[in-house]
Design a protein around this ligand. Structure first.
Ligand SMILES: Cc1ncc(C[n+]2csc(CCOP(=O)(O)OP(=O)(O)O)c2C)c(N)n1
Length: 244
């Protein structure tokens, strides 16, 4: 019988703790497929974040380090500078990257560190019960904005990825989504390009992944995916933002 589907070598055969319909598990798998296809499993070092993906190292079968809140780009920088031959990536949610670690990601991009950043934007702080994140949409209800995000009180959704693309040190910045099969395929291609850039020593690459959080959006997994294409992409349009 012809084999049409198998688990990537880099993905451990264990159940994850993610909620039904969560985009983290899809993103994890895509990263593993890319690492397998590039043949870099033995040379890859991941830096795991705080937030829902805090124990990503339980699911990935390659070397991983943990970092404190928002500091994964700094830990990744240190590892990469000591081991320039290794492929180093940081994995962060929007609370981690765009709030707690704003300074760290800006300076890492600005220094043009030759690392890869995978940025999971689900618009909320998932792990700590769905509080507002910088990426929360205007009017979006969260546990800390029960009436909806109000611009006068809470400011605007932060397009941190566009901001990072402005910096001369950033090389490749793309926003993708995992809401539909075709977008999943595009997301994988972007992740692969970001890893390939690092292998080719091109510098700082970041892929933002719009990711459903059915639990804290209060939606079914299907409706959470529909919310991405119906609402989220208006503020966070998909596509290449910078490819220098
Ligand atoms: C300095 C500091 N700020 C905040 C927290 C609480 N905290 C831990 S994980 C987390 C949520 C991170 O959310 P995000 O990065 O969006 O990832 P998600 O859980 O949504 O995947 C927060 C707020 C903390 N422990 N310390």
């Amino acid at each position: 019988m012809k084999k049409v589907f198998e688990r990537p070598r880099s993905l451990r055969n264990v159940p994850t703790h993610y909620c039904a319909g969560c985009g983290h598990s899809l993103a994890h798998r895509l990263i593993c497929e890319v690492i397998d296809e590039l043949g870099i499993r033995e040379d890859t070092i991941a830096v795991c974040p705080v937030g829902c993906a805090v124990i990503a190292y339980e699911y990935w079968d390659f070397d991983c380090s943990e970092a404190a809140h928002g500091r994964t780009p700094c830990v990744a920088t240190g590892i990469k500078r000591v081991h320039p031959d290794k492929i180093v990536f940081s994995y962060q949610g929007d609370g981690d990257l765009a709030a707690i670690g704003t300074a760290e990601i800006i300076h890492t991009a600005n220094r043009g560190e030759n690392i890869t950043v995978i940025f999971i934007n689900n618009g909320v702080y998932g792990m700590t019960n769905g509080q507002m994140a910088p990426t929360t949409l205007i009017g979006q209800r969260t546990s800390t904005t029960p009436q909806g995000r109000d611009v006068l009180r809470d400011g605007y959704p932060l397009k941190i990825t566009e901001l990072l693309a402005q910096l001369p040190g950033s090389r490749y910045v793309e926003r993708v989504s995992v809401d539909t099969p075709s977008n999943v395929i595009k997301a994988k291609a972007a992740i692969k390009k970001a890893f390939r850039n690092q292998i080719e020593k091109k510098g700082f690459s970041l892929v933002e992944v719009l990711s459903p959080c059915p639990t804290y959006w209060g939606l079914s997994p299907k409706d959470a995916c529909l919310r991405i294409s119906g609402e989220m992409v208006k503020d966070f349009p998909l596509g290449v933002i910078k490819d220098a």
